[in-house]
Design a binder for this molecule. Sequence first.
Ligand code: ADE
Length: 226
Amino acid sequence: MHIDIITCLPKLIESPFSDSILKRAQNKGLVTVNIIDLRSYSIDKHKSIDDYSFGGGAGMVMMIEPIDRCLEDLKTKRTYDDIIYMSPDGQLLTQPVANELSLKNNLILLCGHYKGVDERVREHLVTREISIGNYVLSGGELAAAVLADAVIRLVPGVLSDETSALSDSFQDNLIAPPVYTRPASYKGWDVPSVLLSGHQAKIEEWRHEKAVERTKTRRPNLLSNT
Ligand code: ADE
């Protein structure tokens, strides 16, 4: 999988890809992530990428031309499955959306800033819009990092034990059950004895019960969605 992230603040998004699972995924050659500075496609010597809003009003708007030039350049190198604009009013990122995106080969994530992008970018240049939640961030970079993380960890081979992505919360409309590690007793707080029993079938049954119980109390809407 290849992901291009277009941003006017490249430094803001570099670190999540330089550590841990996302770094390993790239080192293993399973994923390539390319962060592109939109300013290198600006149309003037001041490296401008935004301008005043037609009709007035506070806040700058990201211009269509640098974005179009950048996309045209990228499209000479590969064919993209989706060009995604990160936007608070886009489709909500859920586990099924992450699963779907993890099957794609080439993605572009476009990060907005200021008042957002010229509407013509949304109408003509991107193929979809995704939001990471019903709140407004100061830019699309953190949202793009969240999306990329949720997707990359699902790419086969990225997690050392592939079943661990399958047993994540939300994968089967259930919240993951509780987990414990040593010590078995701490300050009188004991690990449920079934987990120490060595009886795998009973352990799986217990985990399923807890997952259902947890989902009922914390996210009942997941159960009604099935
Ligand atoms: N940009 C600003 N807020 C955002 C959000 N909630 N999701 C995606 N992109 C955003």
